[in-house]
Design a protein around this ligand. Structure first.
Ligand SMILES: Nc1ncnc2c1ncn2[C@@H]1O[C@H](COP(=O)(O)OP(=O)(O)OP(=O)(O)O)[C@@H](O)[C@H]1O
Ligand SMILES: [Mg+2]
Length: 384
């Protein structure tokens, strides 16, 4: 749970409202004041600002994850500028991801995997929320987020450093190694054991298998990587969590299968598009200018296309979002339904192979589904 930023919503608690034994929900972060003897600190209790810093040293606490706690001691209750509220952990609660819909069963599995530190492989169609999910996990758990796109990796060393050639003052070329964000994070993680790092390997299936092999020792129990600049193996700290994303089954030009040994180093989690009702809610929140009925039509048509086995690619939430961007623009105001066919022709059909007017192509097939659906929008049922 994110701590409230709006103080007017979270009026400050008074010291005399707090008593030993009272229970509260709170979210801890690592305590930067190490000498205090308490590893974790929080600033809010039940969403209201606490009158003193809230401290606990229970190692079961996961920074960023909401907890149920009970007050055990109030130190220096009479002082405004000092003291602390010491609490004991009763229970770690389910974490909440802001703005991201996640299937409840997947959410449970994800929490278990994150608790155990296993590498996670998010497997799902394009635009189903893999990247936003990884980002919001890092935010919810107070982790440093490191985004790395594997699509550009050709050589094993590319994960950790890139080679740049420049001219020197003498005119002869000089080769520089530039660390990637992954290498910088792995080094930082060793220097800062109290911080946690989430390394997100996006499009993990789009790099050469031989290059991916370079990461294998980092992902198994060996937990080390070869440092291409220092010419030695360096350990991967326990405070580093890897999450990779793959996008299988879609028509990417440069897809490489992931071999069994590589796959085996991850706990796979299958994701899918959000259920239509959740997508309508999401788009409604993002585009409050639009009526619910027009969003329902857009999502129902997207859903028809997504469930068609004949179409080789998925239809991302970016596509439905893009349609909403068109629909709410003042240029199209009041004529939304009239323009919908043209918008869907580009935003939906344009994402498939071929052209909308070539009925033998995926785009043409999608267009005939859209045309049929638009003939009688009243028949478009959500959940279809
Ligand atoms: N489950 C979801 N919850 C919230 N937003 C979502 C969800 N799925 C998709 N979106 C929206 O769709 C957009 C695309 O999502 P995202 O980039 O995370 O997809 P992806 O699965 O990583 O796609 P790709 O396979 O192309 O990398 C996001 O910006 C977000 O607004
Ligand atoms: Mg992505």
């Amino acid at each position: 749970m994110n701590e409230p930023t709006n103080e007017s919503l979270s009026e400050k608690l008074a010291v005399d409202e707090i008593a030993v034994g009272k229970k509260y929900e709170t979210t801890f972060l690592n305590n930067p004041v190490r000498e205090s003897g308490y590893r974790f600190r929080a600033t809010h209790l039940d969403g209201r600002r606490a009158p003193k810093v809230v401290l606990s040293d229970d190692i079961r606490i996961v920074p960023g994850k909401p907890c149920l706690v009970s007050v055990t001691e109030i130190q220096k209750p009479g002082r405004n500028d000092r003291g602390a509220i010491i609490v004991e952990l009763l229970k770690v609660l389910d974490f909440k991801l802001e703005g991201v819909y996640l299937d409840p069963v997947i959410s449970r599995k994800l929490q278990i995997l994150l608790d155990s530190g296993l590498n996670i492989l998010l497997d799902g169609p394009q635009g189903c929320g893999k990247t936003v999910l990884a980002r919001s996990i890092a935010q919810a758990l107070g982790m440093e987020f490191v985004f790395f796109n594997c699509g550009a990796v050709i050589d094993p060393a590319d994960f950790l450093a890139t080679i740049q050639i420049r001219a020197s003052s003498s005119g002869s070329p000089v080769t520089d190694f530039v660390k990637t964000d992954v290498l910088i994070a792995l080094e930082d993680a060793l220097k800062h054991p109290s911080r946690r790092y989430l390394v997100f390997l996006d499009e993990f299936n789009r790099c050469q298998e031989s290059a991916r092999n370079a990461l294998m020792p980092a992902l198994d129990s060996t937990r080390k990587v070869y440092h291409p600049i220092e010419n030695r193996f360096v350990p991967v700290g326990d405070n580093v969590q890897f999450i990779a994303a793959v996008n299988r089954g879609s028509e990417f030009s440069a897809t490489f299968g992931i071999d069994a040994a590589q796959l085996d180093r991850f706990a796979p989690l299958q994701m899918d598009y959000l259920p239509p009702l959740e997508e309508i809610k999401l788009l409604g929140r993002k585009h409050p200018e639009l009526s619910k009925s027009i969003i329902q039509i857009v999502v129902a048509i997207a859903n028809r296309l997504r469930t068609m086995q004949e179409l080789s690619a998925g239809l991302s939430v970016r596509a439905t979002d893009e349609v909403c961007v068109y629909l709410k623009h003042p240029l199209l105001e009041n004529e939304q339904v009239h323009h919908l066919d043209e918008i869907l022709k580009s935003s939906f059909c344009g994402r498939y192979n071929g052209r909308w007017n070539d009925s033998s192509s995926d785009a043409g097939m999608a267009w005939s589904v859209i045309k049929n659906a638009l003939k009688d929008v009243s028949k478009l049922k959500i959940g279809e």
